[in-house]
Design a protein around this ligand. Structure first.
Ligand SMILES: [Zn+2]
Length: 202
C-alpha cells in the first residue's frame, strides 16, 4: 500500500495546527506527531487485518462488526446532522445516516467520477467508525490518539487532547485495512464543506 504523504499530509498538518497547543510546537515535532497518528492507524489496521482479515464487501464488513458485538443502525430518515455516521461507545453502536451518505456519494461521484474506486461510501463510513471502536479499546476513550503536555494557567501540568489526531489515524486505518488506492481524509474535508440541500437528500 502506498501512503499518500502529500497533499493529505499537508492538509492534516494544517488542521492539527489549528489547535493552539499543537500550533506552538516546533515544526519537526509537529511532523513527528502527525507521523505518529498515521502510524497508530496503520498499526491498528495491521492488527485488525491479522485478527479479522479484510472484508470483501460491505456485507462481509457488517458481519465482522456484528461478530465483534457491534450493532449497526442505518437511519433511513434525514436527521439533518452534519456528519455521515457516528460511533456510540456506551451502546457499542455504529449509526449511519443513509440519506446523507447517498447524497454525498452522488455529489462526490459528480465532482470526481470513480473517486471511491467502486467502494460504497457507507462501507468506508462503517470502517471509519469501527476504528473509533478499536481506538477506544486501546486508549480507553474515543479521540485520545494525540495527547500533549500542557500547563493549566501556565502552572499545572495537564493532558491536552487533540481530537483531529484521532481523525487522521481513522483515515489512515481505513486506507490500510481496506487497501484503498486513495485516502478518505481529503474528501472528508470536502464533504464538510459541501452545501447539501434538502432536495439532494433522498
Ligand atoms: Zn471519526
Amino acid at each position: 500500500m502506498q501512503q499518500q504523504k502529500d497533499p493529505m499530509g499537508a492538509l492534516a498538518l494544517q488542521n492539527l495546527q489549528r489547535d493552539r497547543v499543537f500550533g506552538r510546537l516546533p515544526a519537526a515535532e509537529q511532523e513527528a506527531l502527525l507521523r505518529r497518528c498515521v502510524d497508530f492507524g496503520m498499526q491498528l489496521a495491521a492488527k485488525v487485518r491479522d485478527c479479522l482479515g479484510v472484508p470483501a464487501d460491505e456485507g462481509a464488513l457488517e458481519q465482522m462488526l456484528r461478530a465483534e458485538g457491534i450493532v449497526v443502525d442505518r437511519i433511513r430518515e434525514d436527521w439533518n446532522l452534519p456528519y455521515l455516521g457516528e460511533y456510540l461507545a456506551a451502546k457499542r453502536q455504529i449509526t449511519l445516516y443513509m440519506p446523507r451518505i447517498r447524497a454525498v456519494a452522488a455529489m462526490l461521484e459528480t465532482a470526481h467520477p470513480h473517486r471511491l474506486d467502486g467502494h460504497p461510501l457507507s462501507m468506508l463510513c462503517l470502517a471509519h467508525e469501527f476504528f473509533h471502536h478499536e481506538e477506544r479499546k486501546e486508549r480507553g476513550a474515543v479521540g485520545r490518539v494525540l495527547q500533549l503536555e500542557n500547563r493549566l494557567f501556565g502552572i499545572f501540568p495537564c493532558r491536552h487532547t487533540v481530537a483531529e489526531g484521532s481523525e487522521i489515524a481513522a483515515h489512515a486505518f481505513v486506507q490500510a485495512w481496506l487497501d484503498l488506492p486513495f485516502s478518505t481524509y481529503s474528501f472528508a474535508q470536502e464533504i464538510a464543506g459541501m452545501d447539501i440541500r434538502k432536495e439532494d437528500i433522498r
